[in-house]
Design a protein around this ligand. Structure first.
Ligand code: NAP
Length: 391
């Protein structure tokens, strides 16, 4: 059982998962992924496209992961006898990275509960069935909910109120992983708000920072509200200009988790993957203003599809109360465990130029929305040496 040291990764087709896949393959680790098909591509095709993209971006060949077609919505991910036998024989640890980033949903049969809690139950059942005794679980720093002050890496649930159902579902999932009696180690990673690649600006998902950027972009391109100033944006979002939020680039988050996956002595702890220098929302709003004024194309006053305030009220305001809670001031996340395993991996600065690069990427890629027939396979260029990825 578990005769080699394959790492089984979920969520490899997502933003963080694609970087984890890159970093694990680059480090020449044996990797298997659980992935599901889309209407357009099989699970194998999706993973092959990703790995080819990384090969082209890195300028080197990469080994291929074993692709297991599976879905966290199905018992044991729907893995049949042969696949389950293969997992039992080869996999030593699971990286449970798949999740739903849906913020709101009270129905526990729907997102975010279905994937975040139900999917974690499924992953734990798979670990038990396959005799896997080590789980690395990607959580979020916002399991701290609406807490203020200092949040310790070792803090679990302390009766905190949550800002949304996503946070509550992730907190519940953490508890399930920690309590699983069949695991020897549960290692928890808690990133703050993940943004794009610190070097290239690349992203494939558009949550958090990008939601505010998209609002500024929409104001400029679709709504005749007049002002797109950073201050006006903060007012619209109901955000205190002095509040500070914690953003971390995806390449750094992945590099630290890959470090944790590779080190037996790192197992069993909780890691805050948070930035030592949270950003003032006033600065974030200024960057958003500069980005939309530089990269978005303002709608002409006589554009036929120009929307008015009523459109704005109907389509966007319903989302704003979510983001008002989301962009509240963060607590201070302590991070001694992360500092121990990643002392030589400082989190890259998120300065104006870096945020502008990320914003430009998002705007130029239309926040991930493309006409149905568009094919987008571009991945960022990254410099590489065997054994080390620059980030
Ligand atoms: N983004 C952030 O700001 C942030 C911050 C803190 C923590 N996190 C955590 O980081 C992790 C990765 O987030 P991300 O931003 O990379 O998310 P993402 O881009 O939305 O990717 C989510 C991944 O989960 C997979 N998935 C969802 N439901 C699944 C199911 N039923 N079966 C199999 N796979 C399923 C998706 O597969 P498909 O491609 O097939 O849909 C995708 O690969 C999550 O655990 C998230 O909670 C994210």
């Amino acid at each position: 059982m578990n005769s080699d040291r394959t790492t089984l990764l979920t969520g490899a087709t997502g933003l963080l998962g694609s970087y984890l896949l890159r970093d694990l393959l680059f480090a020449e680790r044996s990797v298997a992924v659980i992935a599901r098909p889309t209407r357009r591509a099989s699970a194998h095709e999706r993973i092959e496209t990703l790995v080819r993209g990384w090969e082209s971006s890195l300028g080197i060949g990469l080994p291929r992961p074993v692709v297991l077609v599976g879905d966290l919505d199905r018992p044991l991910c729907g893995l049949g006898g042969a696949d389950l036998g293969w997992v039992r024989e080869h996999c030593e640890q699971i990286v449970n990275n798949a999740a739903s980033l849906t913020f709101r949903g009270v129905d526990r049969d729907a997102e975010p509960w279905k994937t975040n809690v139900g999917g974690t139950v499924t992953m734990l059942a798979l670990a038990e069935a396959a005799g896997i005794r080590h789980v690395h679980h990607v959580s979020t720093a916002y399991v701290a909910g609406l807490r203020t002050g200092i949040v310790l890496e070792d803090d679990g649930n302390v009766g905190q109120e949550f800002g949304n159902d996503y946070e509550a579902s992730k907190a519940e999932a953490e508890l399930l992983v920690r309590a699983a009696p069949h695991l020897d180690t549960a290692t928890i990673y808690r990133p703050s708000i993940i943004v794009g690649d610190s070097a290239t600006g690349y992203t494939s998902t558009y949550h958090g920072y990008y939601a505010a950027l998209r609002l500024g972009h929409t104001l400029l391109t679709r709504v005749s509200l007049g002002s797109t100033s950073g201050r006006a944006l903060l007012t619209l979002l109901g955000i205190d200009a002095d509040s500070r939020k914690n953003f971390v680039p995806v390449d750094w988050v992945s590099a630290v988790i890959a470090r944790g996956i590779a080190s037996h002595s790192a197992r069993g702890r909780t890691y805050h993957l948070t930035h030592p220098e949270p950003l003032a929302m006033e600065f974030v709003a200024e960057v958003i203003q500069e980005a939309v004024e530089s990269y978005s194309v303002a709608a002409a006053p006589d554009a036929p599809d120009l929307c008015d305030e009523q459109w704005f009220a109907d389509h966007l305001r319903v989302q704003l109360d979510l983001y008002q809670r989301y962009f509240r001031t963060d607590p201070s996340f302590d991070h001694p465990n992360t500092s121990t395993i990643a002392a030589d991996l400082p989190c890259p600065a998120l300065d104006r130029d870096t945020l502008l690069r990320m914003s430009k990427y998002a705007i130029q890629h239309n926040f991930g929305w493309f006409p149905p027939d568009a094919v987008v396979t571009e991945l960022p260029r990254a410099s590489s040496r065997r054994g080390t990825l620059a980030h």
